[in-house]
Design a protein around this ligand. Structure first.
Ligand code: ZN
Ligand code: ZN
Length: 149
């Protein structure tokens, strides 16, 4: 009867979607999770407080504490942070992790120089003002001659 039950389960997974029940049993062994606790907490902080994590100078970011009543200054170039945490060699504190995460998820608008999530930016295809593949926020795009992808 084993083959019957497998066939039945296969039919319950919509076409084109992975069988997650199967994947979840093999992935942890095939790809051991290497995220440090600081990185995981940093990602959570970055997702929850995205708007409050701001770049204030080249490589320098202001990041709220988890409780939100303090703000720390992270220097991504020197991997330093003004918080009391002293992570082991090769690890970032959770604020530096959060800043690095937001940096990776955002880019600068070529028009107004503000940072936006990638999905809020449009890539220039043709323009007399901007270079091809420059990124523009919606406002800068709509106020320009740019054709976007
Ligand atoms: Zn920190
Ligand atoms: Zn803009």
């Amino acid at each position: 009867m084993a083959s019957t039950s497998i066939a039945h389960r296969a039919r319950t997974v919509p076409a084109g979607e992975p069988d997650l029940e199967h994947v979840s049993t093999i992935v942890p062994r095939a790809f051991p999770l290497r995220l440090s606790a600081r990185l995981q907490r940093g990602i959570t902080l970055a997702e929850e407080r995205f708007e409050e994590i701001v770049r204030i100078a080249p490589y320098v970011w202001e990041v709220p504490s988890c409780s939100g009543d303090r703000r720390y200054i992270v220097d991504l170039k020197h991997a330093s942070c003004t918080c009391p945490d002293r992570p082991p060699e090769g690890e970032r504190c959770l604020h530096a992790s959060a800043a690095a995460w937001v940096k990776a998820k955002t880019a600068t608008c070529s028009g107004c120089s503000e940072r936006f999530r990638h999905r809020e930016l449009f890539e220039v295809q043709e323009s007399l003002t901007y270079f091809e593949s420059d990124l523009l926020c919606r406002e800068c795009w709509q106020g320009s001659d740019a054709e976007v992808l």
